[in-house]
Ligand binder design. Structure first.
Ligand SMILES: [Fe+2]
Ligand SMILES: [Fe+2]
Length: 290
């Protein structure tokens, strides 16, 4: 049943219990701002959650990171891979654990969804490197990419019938995800996701990247991260990595790509080699989680 053209906040208020961000994810984001004690804090947080740290350790020893000797503790992982990498890894693991890989709406695969989201996360981080962001900023690009479509998971989880109809509409009419949502509900997953991310007190640049990933030029702050996630979303779809529910790639905003200041050669290298390597890592990651 269509949700009527409800205001997004009313809609989410009607959800009896808003999903919470896993405490550990929240803690991981919180420490990001204090570089002095950050590495140690991160180790402490991860070590407290045994199943999470076991998963992180499995991943740091995967072929993606190709470390020479086996890493046996989180502390060691931080030393070898860097605080920023372990932080993103811990955060993605906590979020994917929370929102699961099980199927809900027919025709929408959680596994394919996370594959898409991880692909966008990794591609956003590649773009951050191309435009010479520092290590810390790179990981914000990763997190923004990972969360960009989180609104879809919320709809799938809390309004499964409505969400299933959105999926049917996409398949039957060949419309984009956004178009189907607009026709059905008048609100779209970018707004829903940004609202939720705001409730979770995620950093403003991540909230903005979620909100504007389909209409990048409307962003008035944090434009680069918004443009990067916008571009990464389309690139990931073009390469057929997972699925966010549709395969529409027609809405690439050339102006946003231009403003990003990334040259064609660099995009070429990224698309032809670097993304493939990253995607292999993402697939490995998902295998380890499921
Ligand atoms: Fe989206
Ligand atoms: Fe997406």
């Amino acid at each position: 049943m269509p949700l009527d053209r409800l205001d997004v906040k009313d809609l989410l208020k009607s959800v009896t219990k808003l999903p919470t961000l896993p405490t550990v994810a929240f803690e991981i984001i919180k420490i990001a701002n204090d570089p002095k004690t950050a590495a140690e804090d991160l180790s402490k947080i991860l070590i407290m959650d045994q199943s999470l740290s076991a998963k992180v350790l499995r991943m740091v020893n995967s072929s993606y990171y190709s470390v020479r000797n086996k890493i046996s503790s989180i502390k060691q992982a931080v030393v070898i891979l860097g605080f920023e990498s372990v932080r993103s890894l811990g955060l993605s693991t906590a979020i994917m654990d929370k929102f699961g890989l099980e199927e809900t709406a027919e025709g929408f695969s959680r596994k394919e969804f996370w594959k898409h989201s991880l692909g966008v996360a990794m591609t956003s981080r590649l773009i951050a490197r191309k435009i010479r962001c520092d290590r810390d900023t790179e990981e914000f690009y990763y997190m923004a990419g990972l969360m960009h479509d989180i609104g879809k998971v919320i709809m799938d989880q809390y309004f499964p019938e409505n969400f299933a109809q959105v999926i049917v509409r996409i398949k039957e009419r060949g419309v984009s995800f956004l178009q189907a949502e607009l026709e059905m509900n008048g609100i779209t997953h970018d707004e829903i996701g940004a609202f939720l991310a705001g409730q979770w007190n995620l950093p403003e640049n991540i909230v903005n990247a979620i909100r504007y990933h389909h209409r990048p030029l409307e962003a008035t702050a944090d434009q680069k991260i918004v443009y990067a996630v916008h571009f990464a979303n389309i690139l990931t779809k073009t390469k057929g990595m997972g699925s966010g529910g549709d395969s529409d790639i027609t809405n690439l905003n050339e102006e946003a790509i231009q403003r990003l200041g990334i040259n064609d050669n660099e995009v070429g290298v990224m698309v032809e080699t670097e993304m493939d390597k990253e995607f292999e890592g993402a697939k490995e990651f998902l295998e380890l989680l499921s």
